[in-house]
Design a protein around this ligand. Structure first.
Ligand code: FAD
Length: 292
């Protein structure tokens, strides 16, 4: 099923993200986590693409399994930066052969050892180049893209970031998923600005439940997200006790999601990080709201 038909609905919907194993040895444990999350029958599940593409086959295999074994729509991520046109075309053909219908088109982070290279002649410099390639393939994918309520770290300012975002939508991106954020007002402001700029596609709000203190540092480094005082207090108070931190982090994420639904942000994507326990608890907290 193409995600765009789901994302235009008015009922609150929850989806989850998983990431592929890094090695063959961890495939089974990832697969078990995926099965448990898929058993919750979320609106869809996304499968990330490992930086550098070394685990691209797993992204494909897991996306296929989610759809085939659980009847849950899947969204396969694909990155392009520093890839050749030929290798991206091969991946697109493999996705088509595997029956993938939904693709999250991303640039990816620039590898640390190539950061100072002249990128003028790279086949893919930005996500928009990949979106164009996906459209030109004629495979008919429903294409999603990333967006950043607190602006992308490489952007000079929000106006420029939104201008580039609009180019992705004009190139064929049918929906957007946000980077994680911990203060819903940042999202509401962002939505106001992008709608004003003429971006009308559905926006899926990305929520990261922080369930251990170590994750806080990692999330900050990855996303540069603003930490509201309410959230900082929670980490200060419960961070040293894993069980309490997990409970508090799930409660904080649940609270964020309820506020989003109450404000008519109907599609929420949970960065569940292969953690079925967290996905199950969040869904249970929202059972009546979701009608599940
Ligand atoms: P782009 O849209 O290309 O934007 C990158 C920067 O370039 C921005 O500052 C933008 O304003 C600017 N820009 C865009 N177009 C132009 C242009 N034509 N000229 C000049 N500047 C331009 N990473 C992974 O490796 N695997 C994943 O599975 C993955 N999933 C993600 C899912 C989501 C929802 C999000 C938010 C991020 C994900 N990432 C993933 C991380 C992502 O790859 C990085 O954030 C990356 O740095 C930017 O990717 P992008 O697709 O947003 O890039």
């Amino acid at each position: 099923m193409k995600l765009i038909s789901l994302l235009k609905g008015e009922k609150p919907s929850l989806s989850f993200e998983v990431f592929p194993p890094k090695t063959d040895a961890s495939f089974d444990s990832v697969e078990q986590a995926v099965h448990r999350i898929a058993a919750l029958k979320p609106a869809f599940m996304s499968v990330t693409y490992g930086a550098g593409g070394g685990t691209s086959q797993y992204t494909l295999d897991i996306s296929k399994t989610i759809k085939r074994d659980h009847g849950v729509p899947s969204l396969a991520h694909l990155t392009c930066v520093s890839s050749t046109r030929e290798s991206v075309r091969q991946r697109i053909a493999a996705m088509q052969e595997a029956g993938i219908e939904n693709v999250m088109a991303l640039r990816g982070d620039i590898p640390a050892d190539r950061i100072n290279e002249d990128r003028t002649n790279w086949d893919f410099r930005y996500a928009v180049d990949l979106i164009r390639e996906l459209k030109e393939s004629g495979a008919g994918f429903c294409i999603g893209g990333a967006c950043y309520p607190e602006i992308h770290p490489e952007s000079a300012n929000q106006k420029e970031d939104i201008r580039r975002l609009k180019e992705k939508v004009e190139a064929g991106c049918e929906f957007l998923t946000t980077q994680m954020f911990f203060d819903n007002n940042l999202l509401y402001n962002f939505l106001y600005k992008i709608r004003e700029a003429g971006i009308t596609v559905p926006v899926v709000a990305g929520i990261m439940p922080i369930t251990n203190a170590k994750q806080v540092e990692r999330a900050m480094k990855l996303s540069g997200s603003f930490m509201p005082q309410r959230f900082k207090s929670l980490v200060d108070r419960f961070g040293a006790d894993p069980a309490s931190m997990k409970q508090a982090g799930i409660a904080y994420a649940t609270d964020q999601i309820i506020d989003l639904f109450a404000n008519n942000v109907t599609n929420v994507h949970v960065y569940s990080m292969n953690n079925p326990d967290v996905a199950e608890k969040i869904q249970a907290n929202l059972s009546d709201i979701l009608g599940k």
